[in-house]
Write a protein that binds this ligand. Structure first.
Ligand code: CIR
Length: 261
């Protein structure tokens, strides 16, 4: 069974954190319709969607990816780099608790899930304003004994590592070479985003398909040429909040035989 944890868009989304973008008006009803379509796309790829309720005091809480890193063996609850986002953890923690052992990043560590790219036993952690050295070291200390390699990766000009690079197939990445060096990912092939679509490196791999924003048709063409099956969703409104498609869900594989923890 495959579960996708999502969260309704907060009524306070207009007060979201912004780092690299100017504030623009967000059409909240349209954002909610786009988010519902995104959830339908997750369902079409075999996910049972567990939707958490919105919280009017947590503007960025739709971006559940930043609050936890989910692996096969456990989930690590993060300590988000933006103090305004630290209250997002309890609801996600409660949703994850039946399915994974939980560990957590502790003060003074900060870490956003958007900075963590997992490719099999290799975990890449963005060196960004949201994820500090202490957060990286804590994650490495938690995952190293489980057999994961955990490497820090330099990122330029964007919020998170996954604004620069995501995985789109077993051994294939989608990346923006202006934002991250392909050499940081040895042994993996990469498709580059179209230069006219610098924000297009964020795609969500679910099973063998990729959920991808309709706003980037040139890069979508590149993915399809590379043989990637693409499910397109409109994502214009949450993009104004510096969010994209990976940020809005936590996808967990649940073995059919596993009893609840
Ligand atoms: C923030 O700045 O935290 C939010 N406005 C956007 C977070 C997007 N999350 C992600 O890419 N993983």
């Amino acid at each position: 069974m495959r579960i996708a944890i999502t969260r309704e868009i907060s009524a306070a989304l207009a007060r979201c954190e912004l780092t690299h973008l100017e504030r623009r008006e967000i059409d909240l009803p349209l954002a909610r319709r786009q988010h519902a379509d995104y959830e339908r796309a997750l369902e079409s790829l075999g996910c049972r969607v567990v939707r958490l309720p919105q919280d009017p005091d947590l503007p960025d809480s739709v971006f559940v990816e930043d609050v936890a890193v989910v692996l096969g063996e456990l989930a690590v609850l993060t300590r988000p780099g933006a103090p305004s986002r630290r209250g997002e953890t309890p609801a996600v923690e409660a949703a994850l608790r039946p399915y994974r052992r939980l560990r957590r990043i502790e003060e003074p560590g900060t870490l956003d899930g958007g900075d963590v790219l997992v490719v099999g036993p290799h975990v890449y952690v963005g060196d960004t304003g949201r994820t500090n050295r202490a957060g990286f070291v804590q994650l490495r200390d938690l995952l190293g004994p489980l057999g994961y390699s955990v490497a820090r990766v330099a990122v330029r000009g964007c919020l998170h590592l996954k604004s620069a690079v995501t995985r789109v197939a077993r051994d294939l990445l989608l990346l923006n070479p202006e934002r991250v060096e392909a050499e940081a990912f040895p042994g993996l092939r990469a498709v580059a985003v179209d230069p006219e679509e610098p924000a297009a490196a964020n795609a969500l791999l679910v099973g063998g398909s990729v959920i991808f924003p309709g706003e980037f048709p040139r890069t979508r063409g590149r993915l399809q040429e590379a043989g990637v099956d693409v499910v397109t969703v409109a994502a214009s409104e949450l993009a104004k909040a510096e969010g994209a498609v990976t940020c809005c869900s936590l996808v967990l594989e649940i073995p059919a035989t596993s009893a609840p923890i």
